[in-house]
Design a binder for this molecule. Structure first.
Ligand SMILES: C[S@@+](CC[C@H](N)C(=O)[O-])C[C@H]1O[C@@H](n2cnc3c(N)ncnc32)[C@H](O)[C@@H]1O
Length: 360
């Protein structure tokens, strides 16, 4: 086939580069199908069953998880080929290293990611909707997606929130943590399943927390989560970013939701009318640079894909049509914040995954 390409259409084509790039695409295809394997490992408890157990045979893992050995053996070979588990040819055993278990098997580890594959799976489920939206441009609202999106988003972002939100980001804001320790009022806009709202409510029991999201299904789950956590200082309500009703708020957070808004200017202007004196708005956004070319890395690649399938279509489905996208960059966000009349805007923190902005 390569010879044909060389002779017929592209005499200057570098065959080595074709082969190299084809190899890259195979690697991507292997990663894409292996994402499903990771979800299977997560859902069947295969990773958890390997946690701290040292080398295991497929038979032992199948016995422990009540699964069919032949499938487990094939799955383990996929995992070994991807470097997720190690393989010892002498004993024909497989082992999940502790460092990998932290990412794949330990739910409350600060590096846990396995459940995040649900988010990726939702994009496959909804591919036809996205293809159609490319053609008619009507947008696809968050609520129109497969439910794996809601659970996957919760799982993916919760890990970072657990590490950073109450331990690092809130203390970095200007004069906010003292208020929350004494007893303040906080709103979390576009709260989804409320992972961030719950983390804050647990850390600051004297404060009152309000989670708002326009998607009623997400709010229902958020209420359930708060109940399970036994929290009394938290209230979840169905409301849009431009019409939520609580006043006198010391902190208003947009956790990975600002760029999803149809009209982020109206949303953040509304927030400004709801702030108490000295209050702050915190925008936690995906890490990105103003220059697109500086976002051309694995994380930017993932965020641009999510943005194409989820963020821009949601924004496009609402009034305003800003379509900021997940890689909006600090300059565009700052311009909107300033247009809304805020006098100060700063980058309060950067992590490999997030940019944290404070506006006052
Ligand atoms: C990427 S998710 C983030 C969810 C959650 N904040 C988190 O970090 O896990 C974006 C959320 O914004 C919500 N959303 C989108 N447009 C909205 C709007 N105009 N008003 C309120 N919520 C909105 C979606 O329903 C979704 O739950």
């Amino acid at each position: 086939m390569i010879e044909t390409i060389e002779k017929s259409s592209a005499p200057v084509m570098d065959v080595k580069k074709v082969e190299q790039f084809a190899g890259q695409v195979i690697t991507d295809m292997a990663a894409a199908i292996s994402g499903v394997m990771s979800l299977i490992g997560h859902e069947l408890g295969l990773y958890k069953a390997m946690l701290g157990k040292g080398p295991m045979t497929p038979h032992e893992l199948a016995e422990k998880t009540g699964t069919f050995k032949r499938y487990v053996q094939e799955w383990l070979n996929n995992q070994a080929a991807g470097g997720y588990v190690t393989y010892d040819p002498e004993t024909k055993t497989y082992e999940l290293p502790l460092e990998h278990a932290a990412v794949l098997a330990i739910d409350d580890s600060p590096a846990f990611m396995a459940a995040g594959f649900n988010l990726i799976s939702s994009v496959w489920y909804d591919k036809e909707k996205i293809v159609q939206d490319f053609k008619d441009g009507k947008g696809v609202g968050w609520h129109e997606h497969h439910h794996n999106l809601f659970f996957g988003t919760e799982a993916f972002f919760k890990t970072g929130y657990k590490v950073n939100l109450a331990n690092r980001w809130i203390p970095l804001l200007t004069g906010i943590e003292e208020k929350l320790i004494q007893g303040g009022r906080v709103a979390d806009i576009g709260c989804g399943h409320g992972a961030s709202t719950i983390i804050m409510a647990q850390k600051y029991p004297a404060s009152e927390f309000f989670g708002f999201d326009y998607h009623d299904g997400s709010i229902e789950v958020a209420r359930q989560r708060a109940k399970e956590a036994g929290l009394k200082n938290i209230h979840f309500k169905v409301a849009s970013a431009d019409n939520f009703d609580e006043d006198d708020l010391d902190l208003i957070c947009f956790m990975d939701s600002f760029h999803d808004m149809g009209n982020p200017l109206v949303a953040i202007s509304h927030a400004r009318t709801k702030l108490a004196t000295g209050g702050s708005v915190m925008l936690v956004e995906p890490a990105s640079s103003d220059k697109v070319e500086e976002n051309f890395n694995p994380l930017g690649r993932m965020f641009y894909a999510a943005s194409t399938a989820l963020c821009v279509p949601n924004s496009h489905s609402q009034e305003g049509d800003y379509c900021l996208g997940a890689q909006a960059g600090p300059a565009r966000v700052e311009a909107i914040v300033k247009d809304a009349g805020y006098t100060t805007f700063r980058i309060a923190d950067r992590t490999p995954v997030n940019l944290v902005y404070e506006a006052k």
